[in-house]
Ligand binder design. Structure first.
Ligand code: CP
Ligand code: NVA
Length: 305
């Protein structure tokens, strides 16, 4: 049983715990059959307030492959959608389930599920964080480069939930992470400050800047995410204009190292934050990232359930 009881933020885990999860994920990936009965009889509830392809399917398949079961619980179809509180929902779910994975609008809902429930809670994306994604991303980078220490990862675009979890993870894993974004799109300063503090112990370097070309100098991995996250639909037009200079196209990708890889959590809005040529590039790892959601999350499930 892990010392940590929930996966809400990678900042809550130690460097050793995150590295341990990555090692376990690599083992699970290569010895898939060995873990077939590891969670027999266990049930994970999956609460979704927002849509999902990868998170929903990888958690559901992950539980099945570990011998357990997963329930898809659309928030609209729960009494939650009619005003039952998150706290009461958490108390009730805890009477049936061995764990809850939740994708919420407000990060506070994830915190409330953990506070009022009695079973482990896994953050499957909130408006603040996406820790399961960052775990899969660092697993992908570790497999590709063999080591994460001082790897230069440059994230271009909106300093959003995905960027936040990448920074949390970079700090713990000794990664040199740079976020290049327009003024006003910077990641949450509290997350940046905490990442810098945590990074002092691991050799991680955390930088925020505005010049994408300058940021990409020496980059070994280039990452981007959508300009308009779920829930920000009213800002589409403004965001498209203000983030345009951060589109990862062939020209910008060429500013990174010649063997740099491209990452994206998906879904990609092709032609906006990234062009077809880069998503489909031979150095794009986006589908390895998607696959690694399954392996990384199985490691989390094994530790928590
Ligand atoms: N990357 C990610 O979380 O994808 P989904 O929204 O499809 O789950
Ligand atoms: N930043 C995106 C990630 C989707 C997986 C969003 O929150 O919509």
């Amino acid at each position: 049983m892990a010392r940590w009881r929930h996966l809400i933020s990678l900042a809550d885990l130690s460097s050793e715990e995150i590295s341990g999860l990555l090692s376990l994920a690599i083992r699970i990936k290569s010895e898939r059959a060995e873990y077939r009965a590891a969670l027999t009889g266990r049930t994970l509830g999956m609460v979704f307030q927002k849509r999902s392809t990868r998170t929903r399917i990888s958690f559901e398949v992950g539980m099945l492959e570990l011998g357990g079961a997963a329930l898809f619980l659309s928030a609209d179809d729960l009494q939650l959608g009619r005003g039952e509180t998150v706290a009461d929902t958490a108390r009730v779910l805890s009477r049936y389930l061995d764990g809850v994975m939740a994708r919420t609008n407000a990060h506070q809902d994830i915190l409330d599920l953990a506070e009022y429930g009695t079973v482990p809670v896994i953050n499957g994306l909130s408006d603040l964080l996406h820790p399961c994604q960052a775990l899969a991303d660092y697993l992908t980078l570790l497999e590709h480069f063999g080591s994460l220490q001082r790897l230069k990862l440059v994230y271009l675009g909106d300093g959003n939930n995905v960027a936040h979890s990448l920074l949390n993870g970079a700090a713990k894993l000794g990664v040199h992470a740079v976020v290049a974004c327009p003024p006003g799109y910077e990641p949450d300063p509290k997350i940046v400050d905490a990442a810098r503090r945590d990074g002092a112990a691991t050799g991680a370097k955390i930088e925020i800047c505005h010049d994408p070309r300058e940021a990409l100098r020496g980059a070994q991995a280039v990452y981007t995410d959508v300009w308009v996250s779920m829930g920000q639909e009213a800002e589409v037009e403004r965001r498209k204009i203000e983030l345009a200079a951060y589109q990862v196209n062939t020209d910008l990708f060429a500013c990174a190292e010649p063997d740099a890889v491209f990452l994206h959590c998906l879904p990609a809005h092709r032609g906006e934050e990234v062009t077809d040529e880069v998503v489909d590039h031979e150095r794009s790892l986006v589908f390895d990232q998607a696959e690694n959601r399954l392996h990384a999350q199985k490691a989390v499930l094994l530790e928590l359930l």
